[in-house]
Write a protein that binds this ligand. Sequence first.
Ligand SMILES: [Zn+2]
Length: 640
Amino acid sequence: MTSKQVKPLSGAVRTSAGAVRPLAGVRITGGLLHHWQRRNGTATIPHTIEQLRAAGNVANLSRLLEQDPAPYRGRYPFLDTDLYKTLEGLAYELGDGRAGKPVREFFEEVVGLLERVQAGDGYLNSFFQDPAAAKKPWEDLAWGHELYNLGHLIQAAVAAARRMGDERLLRVAERFADLVVQRFADEGVCGHPEVEMALVELYRETGLRAYLDLAAAFVDRRGSGQLKHSIFAGDYFQDHVPFRELPSVTGHAVRMAYLAAGAADVFLETGDRSLFEALERLWDDMVATKLYVTGGLGSRHSDEAIGDRYELPSERAYSETCAAIAVMQWAWRMFLATGGAKYLDVFERVLYNAYAVGLSADGRAFFYDNPLQRRPDHEQRSGAESGGEPLRRAWFTCPCCPPNIVRWMAQLADYVAAERDGALLVAAYTGARVEGTELGLVMESAYPWDGDVRITVERAPDGPYGLVLRVPGWARGAAVTVNGEPHAAQARDGWLSVERRWAAGDEVRLTLPMPVRAHGSHPYLDATRGAASLARGPLVYCVEQQDSPDAAVDDLMIGVPEIVNANTGRRDDAVVLTVTATAAPPPSAELYPELPLEQALPETTVTATFVPYFLWGNRGPEAMRVWVRTPYATHGKKAK
Ligand SMILES: [Zn+2]
């Protein structure tokens, strides 16, 4: 099979409104992201394939070829999406030459099944195609997830077409999409947004306007009374008011962020300013009031909902792994729309914290919800899944997160760089080979463990060309040299631009100092008042009881000077932070003691070591905290 010209996912084949175009010609070659991608290929993908087979996801399709099909396996009607998300990841693995024979065989088997199982009219869903199914197709749009299914099918199909040059799945997806274009020409909308992003991508791939129009209609139809709500009220489905009138990100967190990402895609192709204004307002409000310090979204286990402004409890953080991916998808599209570096700051915060924590260090176990605190007596009995495992689990009854992790790990290279006319923008730092524009680069970096980046030009255009480097919001004193000479330009709006006539062999060095930082929180955020969190570069840190031998983590008190003067050390490859702390005296046993007029400050000095939050929970279930008590004021100064 010959590989056709690669177009980037979330790409802008016909973008009219975007400030920046994505770049498909990037390969990750080193650093932490490379380690993650290798682990995806060697551990997470084989594990996922094994679990999908064991859970019946493949059998759910193959049984439909039998005369008398066995019953559907699994509790939910959207289990085909776990195959689709995996196929999407495998398309990258196969297209980039990272995958071996078992992966190819699984890909072939599932694609072959999908081709054979698809109904004559294009319909495809292994739950509803069963004549014995409890519901009929399109009977329950709120909970049927049929368009959500189509969305993930399209995304897998587009990835296979672009990355592998294999259009078999695209033909399947188009047949189903064409049925949906007819069926939903005038009304109807899915209870779980997702298909919006996918339809725009299908438009980009095929050029067929009907797909874009339907995506736009699905955004516009929300809040118009077309969805019959059950179990939960309209806000759960982002269907209580029209999208442009949403006062804040609301309802089910994954639904909300997928919907916003889809609306951003519609804007990128249509240039509809009213949509963008709503997106910008919702984004800014979310970042200012509703994101965890890890970038996690969603604070309520009940309804898997986002919660009120400043309602961000640490130990009950829901912060679903899928929501982390959805926020990154939204962030990337806002970046494409504006070129704004602030969106990439959030993308990066989510990537290295709320997303990465969802996977175990060995790549074979997953968190569904991602709390920022674990109590010493915590028992894992609640949440969306109650399997009883004390930490990450091998799989779930609702396994939306694991294959979502797989596909995202596989496609990380799509989020390293972007281009605009006459310039290449570096959005993320890692070892990488960047091609696909006039300026070809090799990038070397141990980011996020340090902030030194070396970029060597391999291929240069004839005329002047810009190399625009992202300077993260946390960075102070970023410096650039070109061929050893200091470059005078200062960072502006999160970007540092070097424009010149390049030659092969030119070397650019970027230095992003990474001191340890202490962060507080807004005074309305009651859950973390009086507490500080530690960060270095893009990484949020936490302390586990194993690393605080002389004091319970709940008794640790740390001042801001002690945080910023933390000693950095290494544990395996990771940078860990050792901090001098005081241990508060044992507290009163009373839950609500009357306060004395004066209180003695604690004096017992101890040390504790903080590890990157994404690495917590790999050594056994002990107490953990992101936020630790501090005697310092924990809210910032009022903005002028
Ligand atoms: Zn999930």
